[in-house]
Design a protein. Structure first.
Length: 110
């Protein structure tokens, strides 16, 4: 009987300790308290991304506008250099190791 009481007491203390740190997101008056970050506290980068302005779409990356300007250059390089490289091996697949997966990926391009 004494062992059962001690075990129950230990379980009660364990349950009490587990529930004490549970902070509610809604106060008693119904106001919602937004978390400081949308990232998990277990995420190693959570402290880096807590700035709200840094998560805004316009301030997403410092080279964003450079990427917008250089996107047409990348398209020209893709159509001018990369895609012809797929056309040459497709003529002799055994020589170049061109597989059916390569053909499928090449056909799925827009």
């Amino acid at each position: 009987m004494k062992t059962t009481a001690r075990a129950m007491g230990a379980l009660l203390l364990l349950a009490l300790a587990a529930c004490t740190a549970n902070k509610q997101t809604v106060d008693a008056n119904g106001d919602y308290i937004a978390p400081a970050s949308i990232y998990s506290v277990m995420d190693s980068t959570s402290l880096v991304y807590t700035d709200v302005a840094a998560g805004a779409p316009l301030n997403d990356h410092p080279l964003r506008w450079t990427a917008f300007v250089l996107h047409p250059v990348g398209q020209v390089l893709d159509y001018g250099i990369n895609r012809p490289f797929y056309a040459v091996p497709s003529q002799a697949p055994y020589l170049f190791g061109y597989t059916s997966e390569d053909s499928m990926l090449d056909n799925q391009r827009r």
